[in-house]
Design a protein around this ligand. Structure first.
Ligand code: PLP
Length: 395
């Protein structure tokens, strides 16, 4: 990549990210292009955002249309698009109310504030919220406090003191942490940033039961798993549960920034006017685009295809695992897939990139794949061939 750009980034952009050596100048469908017009197959979708691929024609056309009608008004007034989007989310999930914001971490902050308010209204002086080790809920202080991983939290103390951490998939530990001060539980059904670790059905069903019985608010963080990523409209639909609050972001905006907290009817009055806000939340342009995204993804045929592609990808990865002996423990749902790799995972990512494939390393031994939902079997095969080629050399 062009060295001058790297140097200018160092000079002008705050150094908070470890970037790959790739300058992306444009993108279309499942491919991104560098400044020399080399193309790369995108098996990461901008961290699970571009579920409809890059510059999907329906998204582009809706952006153009909305940009000429109305973009931003603030929430001091009524507009059509956020209402239509909220109706669509509710019609496809459960009865409740939607709060719109701009990102995943903000959606979780809204949920955390609801939990605190709920506790305060109940007269609980020090409300406690259970979250889980190895989770990821975002980088703002509330969400970071929920994110029980020292690698993210270390150095940012003092954190918010309401969080109590439990072991994931360990119902005994979770039960032990519940007491009269517990107001909520926040959990991912697949710990995506934590290495694509799936919640066991029995565990989640029991967490749900405890929350129902004790009137503890269950927050399901679907920021990464929502909007068709796991082959269902929302990941909670793989379980026998319904969230009290579901948080969304990433794929919802088709590449534009939006977050949402979907609050069940029962808890709709915990917050009232003036208690929470986001200037850009419910932005007319973005909520319009998100409506188009849901129209495409929340379609039975579309989601069936995602599941077929998921099975194909998993089967092919298993085959590579069998022939090379270098990858194992293939897991995940829909097109959010993880596996363990016994060669250096970061080097594997670099080698894939050099060969035209974008993937992602997590921790020391995990690879995460999150291709766009619109990817074809042919494109999946191409990515698999690139991975296989590199693994064969390392065998
Ligand atoms: N929650 C989950 C499960 C996530 O995966 C992420 C981001 O990766 C977040 C929250 C934070 O989202 P954002 O980066 O949009 O704030």
């Amino acid at each position: 990549m062009n060295k001058k750009i790297k140097l200018e980034y160092e000079k002008y952009i705050l150094n908070t990210y470890g970037r790959q050596d790739l300058f992306i100048s444009k993108a279309k469908g499942c491919y991104v292009f560098d400044e020399y017009n080399n193309k790369y197959l995108d098996f990461l979708s901008g961290l699970s955002v571009n579920s409809l691929g890059h510059c999907h024609p329906a998204v582009v056309s809706r952006i153009k249309k909305e940009a000429e009608i109305l973009m931003h008004t603030s929430n001091l007034y009524y507009t059509k698009n956020p209402l239509n989007l909220a109706k669509k989310i509710i019609a496809n999930s459960y009865k409740g109310r939607v709060f719109f914001c701009n990102s995943g971490t903000e959606a979780n902050e809204a949920a955390i504030k609801i939990l605190h308010k709920y506790g305060n209204k109940k007269g609980i002086k020090k409300p406690e919220i259970i979250s889980f080790y190895n989770s990821f809920h975002g980088r703002t202080l509330g969400s970071l406090s929920a994110t029980a991983q020292t690698k993210y939290q270390s150095g940012f103390e003092p954190l918010i003191s309401s969080f109590v951490y439990a072991n994931y998939n360990d119902i005994t530990d979770c039960e032990k942490k519940v007491n009269e001060n517990t107001v909520g539980v926040i959990i991912e059904l697949i710990q995506a940033e934590g290495g694509v670790i799936e919640a066991e059905k029995e565990f989640i069903n029991k967490v749900y039961k405890i929350c129902q019985e004790k009137e503890i608010i269950l927050v399901i963080d679907e920021v990464q798993t929502g909007i068709g990523k796991t082959g269902k409209k929302f990941c909670y639909m793989h379980y026998d549960i319904e969230p009290d609050i579901m948080t969304l972001a990433k794929a919802l905006g088709g590449g534009l920034p939006i977050g949402a907290a979907v609050v069940k009817e029962k808890y709709k009055d915990v917050l009232g006017p003036g208690m929470h806000a986001a200037t850009f939340g419910a932005n007319s342009l973005i909520t319009g685009v998100a409506e188009t995204v849901l129209e495409i993804i929340f379609n039975k045929k579309f989601l069936n295809e995602v599941n077929k592609k998921s099975e194909y990808l998993k089967a092919e990865l298993k085959e590579i695992g069998n022939t090379t002996g270098l990858i194992s423990n293939i897991r995940g749902k829909g097109l959010l897939i993880g596996f363990d790799i016994s060669i250096n995972n970061k080097q594997f990512v670099v080698d894939c990139l050099k060969n035209g494939l974008i993937i992602n390393a997590i921790g020391e031994k995990i690879i995460r794949l999150s291709p766009p939902l619109i990817i074809t079997e042919k494109e999946l095969k191409k990515g698999i061939e690139i991975m296989y080629k590199i693994l064969r050399v390392n065998k």
